[in-house]
Design a protein around this ligand. Structure first.
Ligand code: AMP
Length: 218
């Protein structure tokens, strides 16, 4: 399977689609946000720095990102393809990512842009809940994304919590950063011929079907 990258504003469904295709093709889902959150739980000085950046809706420094990503992509389970969720987030990261690919003898693969209007992104962010134990994500904005019992995870019965960066204020910062830093990647990958634009504003199933059509047709 070719490698896949998801580029998107906050709450466009990067995590959901990554999980779907990771299971379908049996390839790892590498979320840079998750790698960073794991680092925070170690409570190291780097973890503390990462925590404050994430909670303020800022990007984590590039050198931390490259090291985390390079070490993860070197692992054996990435040899038959992987899904990258949340990286690159700007053109500088895209250029460095190409160096990582070259040194690990890997290909860029598909770049999917999950496109949603700002207002929908905002509603989804404010409705997002995730399991404190297994990480499964729910959303109050759609009936099919609600847990069976309010506030409790369907999978492991643990309480659901809100991410600290899922507030209106942090959303505005994250969205503006997306427009400023991440949106230029669209042109960058378009020129390379690897970009596929997906309408992610309807629901997860519709998004999934569009991605599948592209994979089948290529
Ligand atoms: P996510 O889980 O993808 O929404 O990411 C959560 C937060 O982690 C982002 O708002 C950033 O603060 C940080 N982050 C994730 N990926 C990157 C990246 N590639 N570069 C810099 N910061 C990142």
């Amino acid at each position: 399977m070719k490698n896949m990258i998801f580029i998107a504003p906050p709450a466009a469904g990067k995590g959901t689609q990554s999980k779907i295709f990771s299971e379908k093709y049996n390839i790892p889902h590498i979320s840079t946000g998750d790698l960073l959150r794991q680092e925070i739980t170690c409570n190291t000085p780097t973890g503390k720095l990462i925590k404050s950046k994430i909670e303020n809706g800022e990007f984590v420094d590039d050198d931390i990102m490259y090291e985390l990503l390079y070490n993860r992509l070197k692992e054996n389970d990435c040899s038959n393809g992987y899904i990258l969720d949340g990286f690159p987030r700007n053109v500088e990261q895209a250029i460095s990512y190409e160096k990582i690919l070259e040194s690990l003898n890997k290909e860029l693969g598909y770049v999917f842009l999950l496109d949603i209007p700002r207002e929908i992104a905002k509603e989804r962010i404010l409705g997002r809940l995730s399991c404190s134990k297994c990480g499964k994500v729910y959303n109050e904005t759609a009936e099919y994304l609600l847990p069976n019992v309010s506030g409790i995870c369907d999978i492991c019965n643990s309480p659901l919590t809100r991410r600290k960066d899922d507030t209106l204020e942090v959303f505005e910062d994250r969205y503006n950063l997306y427009l400023l830093e991440t949106k230029p990647l669209i042109e960058y990958y378009n020129k390379k011929g690897n970009l596929y634009v997906i309408d992610s504003s309807i629901n997860a199933m519709y998004t999934k079907e569009q991605i599948e059509k592209i994979i089948k047709g290529s």
